[in-house]
Structures are given as structure tokens and as C-alpha cells.
Design a protein around this ligand. Sequence first.
Ligand SMILES: Cc1cc2nc3c(=O)[nH]c(=O)nc-3n(C[C@H](O)[C@H](O)[C@H](O)COP(=O)(O)O)c2cc1C
Length: 404
Amino acid sequence: MKVALGVSGGIAAYKAAEVVRLLQDRGIRVQVIMTQGAQQFVRPLTFAALSGEKVITDMFAAGGDENSQPNIDSAIEHIAVAQSIDALLVVPATADILAKFAQGIANDFLTTLYLATTAPVVVAPAMNVNMWSHPATQANLELLRQRGVRIVAPGDGYLACGMTGPGRLAENDLIVAAAMEGLAASQELAGETVLITAGPTRERIDPVRYLTNRSSGRMGYALAEAALRRGARVLLVSGPTSLTPAGGAEVTRVESAEQMRQAVLKLLPEATIVIKTAAVADFRPQRAAEQKIKRKGAMSLELELTTDILAELAHSKRSQIIIGFAAETENVLENARKKLMSKSLDAIVVNDVSREGVGFDSDRNAVTIITHSEVIEVPETTKWEVAQRVLDQAVRLRKVPQAT
Ligand SMILES: Cc1cc2nc3c(=O)[nH]c(=O)nc-3n(C[C@H](O)[C@H](O)[C@H](O)COP(=O)(O)O)c2cc1C
């Protein structure tokens, strides 16, 4: 197990030295990365001596030797480190680092590593009390939280700046416990291949028009990122969306329900877990017109049923765990339970899309996860959190063979 320990430029930078030792006591390799700011407080030599590894201090001269020439190894080191670590821990995390992470600024090694890694990220902020309570810092923290970054809240007390209040670096045991949680999570889906479908489908009416629905794809994309962070290989079959998939996901882009069906059936043998969040069209025009249909007067569109991919999966699957999503507007739980049984699913995640502000086209969701033995309510929260709860169930279902 390997942790990248980022140290940024706060007065508490010296405390990170003890964290190196505590992690090593647990058999974890530690690669320290220091920002320029951190080097104003502590010399890299301290961390090199403690960790027994070269400390990364610069993006362009990896190794920290001012005279060394950038070479191809150093140029790609941030990617190599990103791929080799099981967690990224930042102690202390300055207001500046939190802002850069939140905004995706990548102007030094640590901030670039944050964007490049799919490993779990844990930050332990420490700063002056006013910097901590500033709306900008709080907004950045909220954004990071929504994206799954674990935040070890600072303690309350006397600060180096002479003020009293929140902002003091959390105690080391709390920081190490959060890092260990991140590490455990990073392994939960190791060896699993998770096939995720996301987004809407488009069913052509003519060359310029189509039938679609309000699905944004956010739920599936959040699941893809969360599964990657738990160590899974992720196959993402996506309908048209404006979202950028997490780096590391193997993406197949499709448009129609039929294309989605074919992609899913092709990838199914590789998958151990299938999570179907896509809002696949139930109906498509019987015949797509070859030319644009002229505006002549009222017209009617003959629709036919598309193939039910979930039902088909139930017949084609071998040992895979299959989790379906259902958007319902009435008799929500009853309808979901029927689908769980009739489609031989291992779990169904149902959301009531008649509710304002959650579900389709929103960052938030409120769902009920129904398995054959449990009903788990997930009250309104971010789609990232919902993704975590769904993956918790996937992990449990993989451990306990299901009789469906
Ligand atoms: C003496 C001193 C102490 C500082 N302590 C902190 C601190 O505890 N937390 C913080 O967020 N910034 C602190 N700063 C400000 C940061 O060093 C500054 O924002 C810097 O740009 C951070 O760079 P980095 O995030 O790349 O390490 C301090 C600055 C000085 C001069």
C-alpha cells in the first residue's frame, strides 16, 4: 500500500512529519510531495529522511535538485505517482490548496497529482480561524465533499496566529484513521469490473429530430468515478451527455436504445457487477424518416417498444450482480419491488422523480435501495453520496452470493 502525502504551506507543516511515521508503522509506503510554500516551513530533507523516499518538490525537476535537468521521467512523474498510489493525503491542507483542488487548477506537482489520480483523497485543513470560516473556503470544502474528498475537520483552540477558534490541524490519530478508511475503500472493488450505463438515449424521428428524456447522466458518471476510486475497472456505456467521464473509465458512447443494448451485451461477459442507471427509451418511432419531415399539418408518430435491456440481462447473465435504477412517479416502492422480482435483479435503486429538485437533471437525489433482504433509505443528498451507498450494496452483494 502506498500513500502520497502532500504537504502544503501552513504553519502546521512540521506536524506532517509525525504522520509519515504513523503511516509507516502501519506498513504503508509514503511518497511525500511538498509545495513551494511548504518548503518555506520545513526542509524536504526532514521528510526524505523519515520516509526513506525522494521527496517531490517541483513539477519540472522531480527530485528537488535545482540543477537537475527536466527529463522525460520527471515530465510524466505526476502520472506515474497518480497511478501507483492507493490514497492521496494532504496534511496540512492550506486554504490555497483547497481552492486549487476545488477549481481544478494544476500549477504544481501536488495540484496536478490531485487531478490525475483516481485514488481516494483525504485532506486535513489547517488555517487561521477567519480563513477557515470565509465563505470562499467553505464553498470550496463543500465542492470537494460533494466530489468525495474526505475532509478531516480541524479542531477548535488556540491558533499560531494568536486567535482562538476552528482551524487547528486535527489530531494525528484522526488524520491517520481517515487515511486508513480511504485506503480500505480504495481496495473494496479491486479485481471487479463494473459495467455502468448512463444518460438518456435518443431515438431518431428524422435526420434532425429525436425522442429523448431528461436524464443528465450525472448519477452514472458519479458511480463510474466512485467505482474507480474503490479500485474497480470501469466500463461506462454512455448515452449523449455533456459530462466528462472520470479519467480511467473505459467509455463506449452510444445514441439509441438499440446501440446501448448491443454495447451492454458485448461487454457483459467482462463484467462482474452491472449497474444500469441509463434512462433507456421505452419507445422508438417505428420507422425513422430518411428526410426531414415537412411541416404540413398535424401528424402522428407510430411508436414501438424498444427491447428491455434489463430483462434481457437477467437471462444472459452468469454470476454478475445486476443493479437496476427505476424512476417512478407513482406507487414508487411497489413498482420497484415488482421490477426487482420480474427482472431477476440483485438490487433496484428507485427514485421518485415527481419530487422537486432531485433525480433528473439535478446534482441531488433521494433514493430507496431495495435488495431481496433489505430496504435502505437514502434521504436527499448529493449524487456522489448516493453512488457511495449503491456501491456499498454492490460490495455486500458480491460478498454474499445471491439466490435470485
Ligand atoms: C507564517 C505563515 C503561516 C501561514 N500559515 C498558513 C496556514 O496555517 N494555513 C493556510 O491556509 N495558509 C497559511 N499561510 C499562507 C500560505 O502559506 C499561502 O497561502 C501559500 O500561498 C500557500 O501555498 P501552497 O498552498 O501552495 O502551499 C501562511 C503564511 C505564512 C507566511
